[in-house]
Design a protein around this ligand. Structure first.
Ligand code: ASP
Ligand code: MG
Length: 430
């Protein structure tokens, strides 16, 4: 199963690269190809819709830009009769999309259900164009709408998959429909009541992982615009380089702390089946990329696989003598945050039990303070604990590697390096 992201299918030039890769990969075995919307289209749809809700008539200009973008891609890939027929179908889709936007403008309201209808056009159109382009190159290819395979609940914009039905649909379909290449749109699905749903932002990876797991694929290849997962952020560190091999856990740690190549929840289905993941670069297909498997074969590599970071983190400290020896404080703390849907990035507690520190995104810090101070109102007024302390604008740095745990001296080296460079450490977790 190969998944191509937005940039990979962002222009006719890049789609031509995709077609080359598809031809090479399908020479030895049948493949399934999942595609994102043309690069940037999902965001543009959301922007246009947002303008329409606010009665900003310039949503028409955004729509026009979006229409032109698709026409440009078709013009760059197809010619003759196929060009004409495909343009017609795409224009039909687009005119339905435009009507939907007009509707949003008229009633100045956008429900999650309508959002999904709107967003679904991105992948529907991209998959059609790419299918036609591959077919015109003489490849034995079929197009299948994932909406007829992937069944979800009705939690619009972030629907949960019904795996029993979905897996059955996938196996049944592929048992009787074998082609060298099957193209499917990522991200989009249908609810049990036959309504259009989507799997959440970045959902195309999820579609690909669901298909790979259901079909017991030999590998899930994620084709993106970088040559794999890097030892550290290449935008910040010049000598960062792609990592040849990682374990699932290492990849999840690295992506949690910054490397945007992989969003762990989306690849869960393949992890459960031990299907290897290969991150590849559409713009540089000869680069080896990063292979992610259950166990990393370390060889002579360092026990440290990478260093990643998250910026704009606030450290929240809840402290007070009234916490010592009394169970239930952390339960209330985390419950309060969970109710407000605030994500906790790091947790540490000193053994004195006098304080507990958590890291949240800067954007969440103030609302975290208000709900936590409210929850502990009583204890605060009795001076058992202090009002929550916020220290904003920090960064989390994570050193990642499965094999670090059996090597001594790594944390020592890290702390002395930070110390020598006057970097103050506020909290630690291992
Ligand atoms: N087009 C969707 C998004 O941008 C899905 C995806 O590309 O994975 O979130
Ligand atoms: Mg995307």
């Amino acid at each position: 199963v190969l998944k191509f992201g937005g940039t990979s299918v962002g222009s006719s030039k890049n789609i031509s690269k995709v077609i080359k890769i598809v031809k090479t990969e399908s020479a030895s075995e049948n493949i399934v190809v999942v595609v994102s919307a043309v690069g940037g289209i999902t965001d543009k749809l959301l922007i246009a819709a947002d303008k329409a809700i606010r009665k900003d008539h310039s949503y028409k200009e955004d729509f026009e830009a979006l229409r032109l973008k698709h026409i440009e891609v078709i013009d760059g890939l197809l010619s003759g009769e196929v060009h004409e027929a495909t343009t017609d179908i795409v224009l039909e889709h687009l005119s339905r999309l435009e009507k939907l936007l007009d509707g949003v403008y008229l009633i100045n309201e956008l429900s999650p259900k309508t959002t999904d209808k709107l967003l679904s056009f991105g992948e529907l159109i991209s998959s059609l164009i790419i299918y036609e382009a591959i077919k015109s190159k003489g490849v034995n290819v079929q197009l299948k709408n994932s909406q007829n395979l992937i069944v979800t609940d009705s939690n619009f914009t972030n629907a949960a998959v019904n795996f029993e039905e979905t897996n059955a649909n996938i196996t049944t379909y592929f048992e009787s429909n074998q082609k060298m290449v099957t193209i499917l749109p990522g991200f989009i699905s249908k609810s049990e009541n036959d309504e259009i749903t989507t799997l959440g932002r970045g959902g195309s990876d999820y579609t690909a992982a669901i298909l790979a797991a259901a079909l017991n694929a030999s590998v899930l290849q994620i084709w993106t615009d970088v040559s794999g997962m890097f030892t550290t952020n290449p935008k910040m560190v010049k000598h960062a380089k792609p990592i040849a091999k990682l374990s699932y856990l290492e990849a999840i740690e690295l992506s949690h702390f910054g490397a945007k190549v992989l969003y762990p929840p989306t690849v869960q289905p393949v992890l459960r089946k031990d299907i290897p993941l290969l991150i590849k670069n559409t713009l540089a297909p000869e680069d080896p990329g990063t292979l992610i498997t259950k166990i990393s074969e370390n060889g002579s590599q360092s026990p440290i696989k990478g260093i990643s970071n998250i910026n704009n983190v606030s450290l929240l400290t809840l402290q007070g003598n009234g916490m010592v020896g009394i169970p239930g404080f952390s339960k209330r703390l985390f419950e309060t945050l969970a109710h407000s849907k605030i994500n906790v990035i790091i947790i540490t507690q000193a053994s004195s039990e006098h304080s507990i520190c958590i890291g949240v995104s800067d954007a969440d810090a103030l609302s975290a303070k208000s709900v936590i101070d409210k929850e502990f109102e009583n204890e605060i007024s009795l001076h058992k604990i202090d009002p929550l302390i916020i220290e904003p604008n920090l960064s989390i740095v994570a050193v990642v590697g499965d094999k670090m745990k059996s090597h001594q001296g790594i944390s020592g080296k890290m702390f002395s390096t930070l110390g020598k460079n006057n970097v103050n450490i506020r909290a630690i977790a291992q």
